[in-house]
Design a protein around this ligand. Structure first.
Ligand SMILES: [Zn+2]
Length: 295
């Protein structure tokens, strides 16, 4: 706000404060007196205007001072965050739809220590495939087809182990593992813990069901070299599902299956389930969990 122009003019009444020059004519005095009367009024007006300006100035200062600014800030707060513009959420991953299978059917039976077959379980019908190895008759054709396809692809296939009865599993578990570990100084608990990573407890092995097959390239009983991924193992992983088989103990599922990686151990689950399991990199436990089957 600017003061009226008049306030800038020097007050008429003060100009003659200087001592008048000697010998000045009287009319000049009269004129000065007349100016003095008008100067008083102007002076009063000036006082009033100065007062008004002072009041306005103080009011302005009061308003725009720190308190006023703070108040202004309160009225119009400076945003401390950029306004959040709602972003469209990322396209959700499609929820896998479990395939339409009968999870209570024989080929999807979960067999593990918590779900053992029991000492007396024997498959209804066994069929010998080759090398003296037998399987549940219902998976004979799919297994033969798988072997035929692998050989046609140029791989040597050796059917190492199919159906094993309870007594055989008992022998493998104790004589070939637990007893050896204990002879090496382990406690019984330590020996059992180590054995269970490599072989299922008697009554809890899939081999007793006749629904699985250990497949190697040669009669070499040392399976360790195959863990690195031999040609046949890689081929099986890629093609087994087409024939209804899965790699039952995948490399990264030991914490779920309780069994170390066994690329040679094929389990029949039927083509629908097998293709789903292999495509989604699951183990049988994870697949059955989708249907509420736990252990
Ligand atoms: Zn096996």
């Amino acid at each position: 706000m600017s003061a009226p122009q008049t306030t800038k003019r020097p007050p008429a009444g003060r100009a003659p404060a200087k001592a008048p020059a000697k010998g000045r004519p009287a009319p000049a005095r009269k004129r000065r007196r007349r100016r003095s009367g008008a100067g008083k009024r102007a002076f009063h007006l000036l006082i009033v205007l100065v007062g008004v300006v002072a009041v306005l100035y103080m009011a302005l200062k009061l308003f725009s001072g720190p308190g006023g600014e703070a108040q202004a800030e309160k009225r119009e707060p400076v945003p401390t965050h950029l306004p959040v513009t709602p972003q469209p959420s990322a396209t959700p991953l499609p929820t896998p739809t479990p395939p339409n299978v009968d999870v209570n059917s024989w080929e999807l039976r979960l067999i593990r220590e918590e779900k053992p077959l029991g000492e007396d379980f024997v498959p209804e019908s066994l069929t010998e495939i080759e090398n003296g190895q037998k399987v549940d008759s219902r998976i004979a054709e799919p297994l033969k087809d798988l072997f035929g396809a692998a050989r046609a692809a140029g791989y040597s296939v050796y059917f190492c182990s199919g159906y094993r009865d309870y007594a055989t599993q008992h022998l493998i578990y104790f004589d070939n593992h637990v007893n050896i570990y204990m002879a090496q100084g382990m406690t019984e608990a330590e020996a059992n813990a180590k054995a269970k990573l490599a072989v299922n407890y008697p009554g809890a092995s899939e081999h007793q069901s006749g629904l699985c097959a250990d497949v190697l390239e040669s009669p070499d009983q040392d399976m360790e070299p195959y863990i690195g991924g031999s040609g046949l193992m890689l081929w099986l992983e890629e093609h087994c599902a087409k024939y209804g088989f899965v790699i039952r103990y995948p490399a990264d599922k030991t914490d779920v299956t309780g069994v170390e990686y066994e690329p040679w151990h094929l389990r029949y689950v039927g083509t629908t389930a097998a293709e789903y399991i292999m495509e989604h990199h699951m183990c049988l436990e994870e697949f059955l969990a989708m249907y509420g089957i736990t252990y």
